[in-house]
Unconditional design. Structure first.
Length: 146
């Protein structure tokens, strides 16, 4: 496959993935988080899912965006904005989990399974209720994370 075709295929996969996850995980999408809650939830999820060597960078992304990168030396980086939401955070953590535990990358069924597991865990632990009230707001327009 030509490079541009593959890129187009990946772009389509990720657009489909994002609209599906927003549809399915409404509470996670609509529960915003700010610091220090972002770091707290991040640490709790990494500990529970045994994700190691991952750094969190806050504030370098636009609101509503997130990014997960993986370097060849084993240190992963998750970037989110100062105002993020559970869906974005769980999505980026799922990427790192899949890379570290399943050695796969991309917006596919395995990412969906991991994301669902992480969100179910947040639900079970009532993490939505744990973040400060001011960080929760109903619906607002959001752009797609990377
Ligand atoms: Zn993604």
């Amino acid at each position: 496959m030509r490079n541009s075709q593959r890129e187009e295929g990946e772009r389509m996969a990720y657009i489909k993935f994002y609209s599906k996850e927003r549809e399915e995980f409404k509470t996670a999408t609509n529960t915003h988080i700010f610091e220090p809650d972002i770091s707290m939830i991040f640490r709790k999820l990494c500990r529970h899912f045994k994700i190691t060597n991952v750094k969190l960078e806050i504030g370098k992304m636009r609101d509503g965006c997130g990014r997960a990168t993986y370097s060849g030396y084993g240190i992963s980086v998750i970037k989110v904005s100062k105002k993020t939401d559970f869906l974005i955070l769980c999505h980026e953590i799922s990427h790192i989990y899949n890379r570290q535990k399943l050695h796969c990358w991309g917006h596919n069924k395995r990412l969906w399974k991991t994301l669902k597991r992480i969100i179910k865990y947040c639900e079970k632990k009532n993490y939505w209720g744990m973040v400060s009230q001011t960080s929760t707001s109903p619906t607002e327009g959001q752009s797609y994370p990377d």
